[in-house]
Write a protein that binds this ligand. Structure first.
Ligand SMILES: C[S@@+](CC[C@H](N)C(=O)[O-])C[C@H]1O[C@@H](n2cnc3c(N)ncnc32)[C@H](O)[C@@H]1O
Length: 317
C-alpha cells in the first residue's frame, strides 16, 4: 500500500505522511448554527474550561483543547449546539453549498455529520433526504438528526442505488462514499494494517456504482459532490474520471481552495479542480472532495431551470 503513496507523493512526502499518521488528530467541532452562534458557543465552552481556537477559513469550526472531560460529554453537546467532526470532513458540504428551499440527497448519511451540516446551511428549509444502507448505523443517524434539531430531513434505511427508482430529481447530491478510510488512520490506527489493495479495488467498484446512481438522481444543471476519506487515487480521481467518461454531460466544477486544499492528482487537468487534504500538509484527516455538474446540452435550458431556484435561494437568506 505504501509504495502507491511513493508513486503519488515521492519518498520524502510519503515519510512525512506516515509520520503524521502516527500523531493524534486535533479535536475539532462544527457549530450548529440552527441552535447557536459560533461566538456564543465559544463563550459557553470556554466558561467550562475548554480552549476554543477558530479555524481560519471555516467560521463555523473550532479546534478544541483543554477541559477536564471529553468535549463530547457536555450539556452543550447534548443540546445539539455542535458536532464533533474533523475539519476536512466539513469541506464537502461547504463545497456542495446547499441552500434553503432546495431538494438535496445525502446518499451515505450515517452518522449524520454532513446531513446535519447540510440542514443548517439550508436553514432547515427545503427537503433533505438522508439515505443509509446499514440498519446498525440508523440509530446514530437519527439520534444526531434529532439532537441537532433538523426538521427538513427524511431518513431512509435503503441502498442509495435504489433511490433513482423513486423518480425524484433533485438539485444537489452529496456522495460521501464508503471507502477504505486510509485517510482516517490518525483517528483509527487499526486501518493502518486492515486494508489491502484488494479492498481498494472493491471499494472503487462500489463507489462507481454509487456515483452512477448520483448522476441519475440529480436534475439537469444540478450538482454532485463526491467525497471520501481515502487517499488512493483509485477511490478518488479514478472514480471521477470513470464517471466523466461514462456520462458526457458531467463536468468538474472549479471550487474555492478551502483550507488551502491541494489539487487532485492525475493527468486530466480537470481533476486538478478537486480538493485534497493530507495529514502531513493540513494537519487533518486525508480527504478528497470533487464537485461535478450535470450539464444540459442547451445552455438556455440551464438558465430556465436554475432561475426559480436562485429566486428561492435569495428568499431563504
Ligand atoms: C463515509 S460513511 C458516511 C459518513 C457520513 N456522511 C457523515 O459525514 O457522517 C459511509 C456510509 O455509507 C453507508 N453506505 C454504504 N453503502 C451504501 C449504500 N449502497 N447506500 C447507502 N449507504 C451506504 C455506510 O454504511 C456508511 O454509514
Amino acid at each position: 500500500m505504501v509504495e502507491r503513496y511513493v508513486d503519488m507523493l515521492g519518498m520524502d512526502e510519503t515519510i512525512q505522511l506516515l509520520q503524521a499518521n502516527d500523531t493524534p488528530l486535533p479535536v475539532t467541532i462544527r457549530t450548529n448554527t440552527l441552535k447557536i452562534t459560533p461566538k456564543t458557543l465559544q463563550k459557553r465552552l470556554t466558561s467550562k474550561g475548554f480552549e476554543l481556537t477558530p479555524v481560519e477559513g471555516l467560521p463555523i469550526a473550532f479546534e478544541v483543547a483543554g477541559g477536564d472531560y471529553s468535549v463530547g460529554a457536555t450539556h452543550e453537546y447534548l443540546f445539539g449546539y455542535y458536532f464533533v467532526q474533523g475539519v476536512a470532513s466539513m469541506v464537502p458540504v461547504e463545497v456542495l453549498d446547499p441552500h434553503a428551499g432546495e431538494v438535496v440527497v445525502d446518499m451515505c448519511a450515517s452518522p449524520g455529520g454532513k446531513t446535519t451540516h447540510a440542514a443548517q446551511n439550508m436553514n432547515n428549509k427545503g427537503r433533505l433526504y438522508a439515505l443509509e444502507l446499514n440498519p446498525d448505523r440508523m440509530a446514530a443517524l437519527t439520534a444526531n438528526i434529532a439532537r441537532c434539531g433538523v426538521r427538513n430531513g427524511l431518513v431512509l434505511n435503503i441502498d442509495a442505488k435504489e433511490f433513482p427508482s423513486f423518480g425524484t430529481k433533485v438539485d444537489k447530491v452529496l456522495l460521501d462514499a464508503p471507502c477504505t478510510g486510509e485517510g482516517t488512520i490518525r483517528a483509527d490506527p487499526t486501518r493502518k494494517h486492515s486494508r489491502e489493495l484488494e479492498d481498494v479495488m472493491f471499494m472503487s467498484a462500489t463507489q462507481k456504482d454509487l456515483l452512477a446512481a448520483a448522476v441519475q438522481i440529480v436534475k439537469q444543471g444540478g450538482e454532485i459532490v463526491y467525497s471520501t476519506c481515502a487517499v488512493a487515487p483509485e477511490e478518488n480521481e479514478m472514480v471521477v474520471q470513470w464517471a466523466l467518461e461514462q456520462f458526457p454531460t458531467l463536468s468538474v466544477v472549479e471550487t474555492p481552495r478551502i483550507l488551502d486544499a491541494r489539487p487532485g492528482v492525475g493527468e486530466n487537468p480537470d481533476l486538478q479542480k478537486a480538493l485534497r487534504f493530507y495529514p502531513h500538509v493540513h494537519n487533518t484527516e486525508g480527504f478528497f472532495v470533487c464537485k461535478l455538474q450535470k450539464r444540459v446540452s442547451d445552455p438556455r435550458e440551464l438558465s430556465r431551470k436554475t432561475s426559480p431556484r436562485r429566486a428561492n435561494r435569495n428568499r431563504g437568506r
